[in-house]
Design a binder for this molecule. Structure first.
Ligand SMILES: Nc1nc2c(c(=O)[nH]1)N[C@H]1C(S)=C(S)[C@@H](COP(=O)(O)O)O[C@H]1N2
Ligand SMILES: [Mo]
Length: 396
């Protein structure tokens, strides 16, 4: 094993890969990717190192990527994550995943004043304009749909640079809320067409403490552009670190509810996917819908270096709430987990990139699986094999 000191993912090599992945994007020349302490394997800066192709993941769905599909509750946009690179910190808004497309009936709604119920004594309204007037950068945050599966090439996940106002600040004009009370946030969710697979109705019940701890905010813009209708304009909720199902779009109601409140239909629909123990009878017994530490490959590159074939697996780590040191990768259950060759945890949110040089022993199919070996880091989806991806290697 050699240590080369500080190594930088060069701009050229990331871009090569992105071009192969069919991506077109502009990257600031001044932006250099993450520095890494050590680099093991071959130097892609070498004259004789050439990126041959990307090895596609197999046995996954094949929906068109980066393009809006269908309408309303069954409408989706799957992000092409294979073209994501560290230099471009966000997914462009037009490629940011969409889980439910805007309702054809939204036009006729007036969502500029949001009903606030249960804030005794008065019935109040929150003006979207007041949020817009106070809006400021809320930072880079990842969003992942709890139903982000390989059927959709794991494309229901993206990161954006958001603007808005922290939840607790936006409602601070309202009378004090009793500590035990919970907050229900609802979005407009009536559609002209019937869904084949989803239930209409989007609302989630939170404790104020959870919203505060997560840094939840009302968003009015992403990536320096106003929210689009598909992403929840005029106002949506973003709860960093939680699954997307709590990030209510087209907000139309904020209500204080008691501790005996039962879960909403949306909470019931997403109970299993947000790791609830069974179906809690009360909203207050729902655990925060946080994303555990997760990791997966985004693309596998085939390289020719001085006449020899090498592969590189490039991926991300996301979710969780503490720094991780030991990330391991395994190629098929018969092999052992080995440390990922290039990894330094930069952030839990939005994501941290890693790379691994891989020289398979023989052609064949390989199931690529990641594992976090740090003690005390919860990884329920990784443990369940949720993000395992498979490739077919034809040449070694
Ligand atoms: N009103 C409303 N809000 C909603 C939904 C919905 O169907 N209706 N879907 C939720 C789910 S399941 C996810 S993953 C996120 C997706 O947000 P995006 O489409 O902007 O990526 O929105 C959430 N907010
Ligand atoms: Mo979702």
């Amino acid at each position: 094993m050699t240590t080369r000191g500080r190594t930088v993912f060069s701009r050229r090599e990331w871009l090569n890969a992105a071009v192969l992945a069919g991506g077109t994007f502009c990257t600031g020349l001044d932006k250099i990717a993450i520095p890494l302490s050590s680099f093991v394997g071959f130097a892609v800066e070498q004259q004789d190192a050439k990126l041959v192709s990307l090895v596609p993941f197999i046995r996954e769905g094949s929906p068109p990527l980066n393009t809006p599909l269908g309408a309303e509750l069954d409408g989706r946009l799957y992000t092409n994550l294979s073209e994501v690179v560290p230099e471009q910190e966000v997914v462009l808004s037009k490629k940011f995943y969409v889980r439910t497309r805007v309702s054809a009936l939204l036009d006729k709604q007036n969502l500029s004043l949001i009903e606030c119920r249960g804030f005794r004594p008065s019935k109040l309204r929150l003006a979207v304009k007041s949020v817009r007037d106070k809006a400021r950068p809320m930072g880079l945050h990842l969003m992942e749909c709890a139903g982000n599966t390989k059927e959709g090439r794991f494309g229901l996940m993206s990161a954006a640079n958001w603007a808005g106002v922290p939840f607790t600040e936006a409602i601070d004009f309202l009378p004090r809320i009793r500590d035990k009370s919970r907050i229900l946030i609802s979005g407009f969710d009536t559609y002209a067409s019937q869904s084949a697979s989803s239930l209409p109705g989007a609302s989630w019940i939170f404790s104020l403490a959870d919203l505060h701890a997560a840094g939840a905010f009302f968003a009015i813009a992403m990536n320096d552009e106003p929210l689009t209708p598909d992403h929840g304009a005029p106002l949506r909720l973003v709860v960093p670190g939680w699954y997307g199902c709590v990030c209510i779009k087209w907000i139309n109601e904020i209500s204080v509810v008691g501790s005996a409140e039962t879960p909403t239909d949306q909470m019931k629909e997403f109970a299993a996917r947000t790791h609830q123990p069974g179906l809690p009878g009360l909203a207050q017994d729902f655990a925060p819908a946080t994303i555990d530490q997760a990791a997966m490959p985004l693309r596998v590159e085939k390289w020719s270096v001085a006449g020899k074939i090498h592969y590189r697996v490039i991926g991300i780590l996301w979710g969780g709430c503490k720094p991780v040191k030991k990330v391991q990768i395994r190629f098929n259950p018969e092999e052992d987990y080995v440390p990922v060759t290039e990894f330094r945890h930069a952030t839990n949110d939005p994501w941290t990139f890693w790379r691994h040089v891989w020289t398979p022993a023989a052609p064949g199919n390989y199931l690529i699986r990641l594992q976090i070996a740090d003690q005390g880091v919860r990884t329920r989806r990784l443990d369940a094999g949720f993000y395992v991806r498979e490739v077919e290697i034809s040449e070694v």
